[in-house]
Structures are given as C-alpha cells and as structure tokens.
Ligand binder design. Structure first.
Ligand code: FE2
Length: 356
C-alpha cells in the first residue's frame, strides 16, 4: 500500500476562527476553505488554512456532543488527525484493519462535478487518527461539497513554510516499542533512526519511523522512568496522554523565515552563545554564516548525507503542549544526535522559565 504523503492535518481547537487568525497572522497561512452546518458539517465549524504544500484544518465543536469538544476538553488544542493520501482509500482501510488497525470511520465519498474524494479513518496513537484520503479528478476542491473554497491571494502566498517534514509524538513510558510495532505491522513503516537522549538528569528514548515512500515521518519519544521526570513527562501530563508534541515545517531559507516569523510575533526557543562558539570547530564546512544562525538561534547538525538546520517555536498553547519546528534540510535525510539534544535543552530552558 503506497502512502503518498501527508494530505493535510486537522487540529481540534477551542475557537477555529481565532486559531486561523493566529496561524495566518503569525505564520503566513491563508484561509483556503471553510465549512460548517450550512455545508453539511454537523456540529462543527472548520477553516482550512494553507501555505506551500501545507494544508491544515482547524475545527471547533459548536456544542458539547461533537468529538472536537471532548478532545479539547481532554487534551487542549492539538493535532487530532494526520491525513495521508492513498491511491485507494477503501482497500487501504480494509487492509489496515485486517492488519490490526483500530477502525474509526468507514469509507465515505464526497463529490462535486468531476472532483471526488474518498476518506476513511483508522487509529494512530493516543486519540490521534489517520484519515486515508483518495483524490480523483480535479484537485481544486478540498472536500467537494463540504468545504467552500475561498479566493487565495497569490501575492500574500509568501512561502515562508513549504511542507510538513515530520511529527514528534510523545508516548507514555513502556509504550514506545508497541507503538513502533503498530506502525510497522499495520502501515509498513520502517525504523530509520534511534537515539537515547540525556538532558541533565532527564532522559528519553527516541525512535523515528517512516513510510516506505519516505513522505510520512514520525519521531516517537518516550520518557526514561528511571531518570528524573522531564519535559516528555510534562507533555504527557499536560496533554493528557500520547499526542503530537510538535509539527516540523520545512523552509527553503530558515534564517529568512525565522526572521520574518519573529517580526510577525512568533517566539522561538533560545540558544546560548557557547553553542555557536563550539559550532565553528564542529561544522567548518557550513555554508550559512554562523553569525546568521546565532542571530536567529537556529541549530545545525549533520547526518551521513548532509546538513540540517532546525529551531523550535515556543509552545503556543496555555497547556504548554503543541509547538512547531522549522527545519531546512541541506542534503540531510534523517536527524542528528547533536541537534536533538540541543533542541531539547533549548525547550527545557523555555519551560523552566514558565510558571506552571
Ligand atoms: Fe522535530
């Protein structure tokens, strides 16, 4: 079964209109479509925001009985759906359920003119589900007949962010192996990277799983319960179980993007000057001037294939849970141990500075 890539993600949020205004103003997204009871979306209001190849649905419940109400009450705002494009949603759904996936929604077809979209849903981790999306015919419609498309201004389409690179997923201790096995057995994901990360007295196990198409990547993180409780334990407590800790968006020019987002009011985790002093020796072949990276706080590492540049935003929600990452890959295909540790150290500095 070919998983062609991320079709879109859906966040359940307290107020979809306010969240859309935030993502558009701070991150350069535009509203691409809207739906609600008047278009057949029962009990919910949804806005589709987009930028580059990124499509993000922001959904709020209009009453207590909608699943988004329960999700937000339990977890706060967060990623509820990671939708994956497939050739045939019905056969993918049947095959995944046969292999042990939890069935969530059986196949449904939406059509308008020649455009048709078939979706079906299976369980992922925690309360996050995977929506399988099959698109036939013209692709101008997001969900034909259910979302009304809006005019997008090409001049505003700033391309600060390009696509979704990966998701980081926190899971409770002693569930990492079972989660990795589920993704392997059901979806055929392969493990491409593993790391034991120590940050001070805290430690976490990490395994990265990826679809065979290499277009869907999940970095799974599990706290080491034998060490001091740390930020992964905090996430699990504040979020209320397993969930998406961060979504990583790609940038073609990370320094320019981070500067532009900073001007729009986005706050990023900070990195001390000592990190950059050591960087001169560690990365002598780096193409971006270290002074530029230091200026915006971007971290740099390499894998076997090339460099990768990364930065975390501060958590944007009251629970200090979901945040975003900006990543620029210059040849690197996986991750680097140095960056993972440095990113989590930066996140620790941010979280310890916040009253809980
Ligand atoms: Fe990441």
């Amino acid at each position: 079964m070919n998983l062609q890539g991320i079709d879109h993600i859906e966040l359940y949020v307290g107020d979809a209109r306010q969240a859309a205004f935030y993502y558009c103003t701070a991150f350069g997204f535009q509203v691409h479509a809207q739906g609600g009871p008047e278009t057949g979306l029962k009990g919910q209001r949804s806005l589709l925001v987009g930028q580059g190849d990124i499509r993000m649905v922001l959904t709020s419940a209009l009453g207590p009985d909608h699943p988004a109400a329960e999700f937000v009450s339990k977890h706060g705002d967060g990623v509820a759906v990671i939708a994956i494009e497939v050739d045939d949603a019905t056969s993918a759904y049947e095959r995944f359920v046969e292999r042990g996936a939890t069935p969530v929604s059986s196949p449904a077809r939406y059509a308008l003119g020649d455009a048709s979209v078939t979706t079906a849903e299976v369980g992922g981790f925690g309360d996050v589900v995977h929506r399988l999306v099959q698109r036939d015919g013209p692709r101008a419609e997001f969900l034909p007949g259910v979302f009304t498309m809006s005019e997008v201004d090409p001049a505003v389409e700033g391309r600060l962010l390009g696509t979704i690179d990966h998701f980081a997923v926190c899971v409770p201790s002693n569930t990492l192996e079972a989660t990795v096995k589920y993704y392997h057995d059901v979806f055929g994901f392969e493990e491409i990277f593993e790391e034991y990360i120590q940050v001070g007295e805290q430690a976490m196990f990490s395994k990265v799983v990826q679809s065979t198409s290499k277009l869907v990547t999940l970095t799974m993180l599990e706290p080491d319960p034998t060490r001091q409780a740390g930020q992964i334990d905090d996430f699990l407590r504040w979020h209320g179980g397993a969930g998406v800790q961060h979504v990583a968006f790609t940038a073609d020019d990370i320094v320019g993007t981070v500067r532009a987002l900073g001007e729009r009011g986005v706050h990023f985790a900070k990195t001390p000057a000592t990190y950059y002093a050591a960087l001169h020796q560690r990365m002598s072949d780096l193409v971006v001037p270290v002074s530029d990276l230091q200026d915006v706080g971007v971290l740099v590492d390499r894998d076997h294939w090339g460099h990768l540049l990364q930065i975390f935003t501060e958590s944007m929600h009251v629970r200090r849970t979901l945040f975003l990452e900006v990543i620029e890959r210059r040849g690197a295909l996986t991750f680097g141990s140095g960056n993972i540790k440095a990113l989590y150290e930066a996140k620790n500095r941010e979280l310890t500075g916040v009253a809980r």
